[in-house]
Design a protein around this ligand. Sequence first.
Ligand SMILES: [Zn+2]
Length: 699
Amino acid sequence: MRKCLLLFACVLIVGCGGQTIDQTATHDNPFLVAYDTPFDVPPFDRIEESDFVPAFEEGMARQNAEIAAIVSNPEPPTFDNTVAALDRSGELLGEVSRVFFALSGSNTNDELQEIQKEMSPRLAAHQDEIELNPELFARLKTLYDEREELDLNREQLFLLEHLYEQAVRNGALLDDEDQARLKEINQRLSELRVEFNANLLAETNAFKLVIEDEADLAGLPDGVIATAAATAQRDGLENAWVFTTHKPSMLPFLTYADNRDLREQLYTAYTVRGDQNNENDNKAVIAEIINLRVEKANLLGYETFADLTLEPRMAGTPEAVFALLNQLWDASLPVAKREVEEMQAIIDAEGGGFQLASWDWWYYAEKVRKAKYDLDDNELRPYFELNNVRDGVFYVANQLYGLTFVELEDMPKPHPDAQVFEVFEADGSHAAVIYMDYHPRESKRGGAWCGRFRSQNRSAGVEVDPVINLVTNFTDATDDTPALLSLDEVETLFHEFGHALDGMLSNVTYRTTVRSPDFGELPSQIMEHWALAPEVLKVYARHYETGEPIPDELIAKIENSSYFNQGFNQVEYLAASLLDMDYHTLTEPTELDIDTFEKASMDEIGLIPEIVPRYRTTYFAHITGGYAAGYYGYIWSGVLDNDAFAAFEETSLFDQETANRFRKEILEVSGSKDYMDMWVAFRGREPDIGPLLRNLGLQ
Ligand SMILES: [Zn+2]
């Protein structure tokens, strides 16, 4: 299970699509004229920071005019003049939003951050105006009440029900006073989210572990040292090595550095981000977010925020989420405790004379891995050269769905480092364009994600082809070697590419699609199973110097080590998931002391001191965004992806009948159909947790 953020590309109403031409507006603004680019991709080379605010404003004005036309239509409401018209509205606004938020995630600067601060509450208010428009809602309600008699097809009925129910969850049935308060809450929440992320970025960039004494590098592999030297040079430091709290820099240091004090310094710097009582502290920010969310849920008639957000998801209720998380927690905690004992035994045998601490985990886990599985990440990396791994991902997409990929030169790019590919169907027709931007930089936030510059749809009567944006923070090349990925990074690329496939193979009519974290990770997580299949490794995992395929002996080691550290992985993840659920099952606003709440929450489940939740509250960016009461979604999807992959194991790795069914019943209809219906259409029955427990070694 990866740690990515799935960007919900099509938020309600902010549509997706091409471009209308309006020569009367500021003609210099690239958003307001025809793009005239290959595949109509955004003209990144012509967009300037100053273009965004006018384009946002024009986009909102146009959508307001479109909404006004819908509600003033003298004809009685029909599916087409109301639901489909609403779905078609906001084309320009959607376009600008997707470009802006993509750039502010992967290539930000002070100016973009300022614009985000200014625009986020205004965009939230705009969305509220539409969702709480009483005349628009009245038309939706008329259609909703008559929906059985309207002779709608499956997709239309799903869209109508979704729009109506979402409007209700957004307060359409509230009185004026409550609606006004709700709007205030939503605007404040969007401001706080921006503040949280800005604080986090500042905190992540603020700390640098600067090493000047070569002795402090003891234990570190050459590649890691070279990267740290390159980082120091970028920072203008001579004869020094710099490590940061960005994971590609931090994790190798924690894994290999013999100097325990420095490991403690670096890991502590990571875990206190946003919790240092400085100007970037996130405690008050997140406390206000949590309290506003409870207030909002109460206002809407829900007991907790989790009840509100889970209602349209596959899980449905907090009880269902807790039941799954607790079942897995009980299975995982004893495994993690055994891992502690194993590592403590090594410390004791070495005469260490100390208790294993959280900053020691990676270092001693690596020793266990070497001793027990004889698998060394550095032995693997030469077989995982970035472009080879990417070709492996393409190979799997080809074997499953017949897709092929051709790199495009001379394309406008969101950042010069990005690669761009045209994607073709098996019959040679155009399927999509995908951008891939791999390496960390200070203008990019951490983690890995896959967004969309444009989503497939035919809402306006013409087929709109998808433009996908995949972003990661992978190990960079050094002076001596190309980018050589860790096993974890390899799985992350397959994961994110699964999200990309979900976007590229989409085959829906309407722009408005429904995304849920507990189903949305199925297309991505299932791809991780192919990443490490021996037949697939043999194809792409080739030594970057010799071209030799990865030896069988190394493949066997990878297979053997699949249970390695699973106690830690699960406990670290589940702790964060339970923390998320604890915050979002509060039944009323309270005086929230974040550190105390977090500690109580973790004490209650018996988290051991050797493990810190994968995200502590003050840097848990998932829960300030679309994953609030939704971080559990990865493991819920985990039940699904393991059970779905079992369908291939029962037949064959690239079984065409199963692949076609997965494409048709899951990827093509994704976002336009009830989740359980999609699942059952693919698998023929409800999900089974057995394959997940077996694959994690928890059964
Ligand atoms: Zn994901």
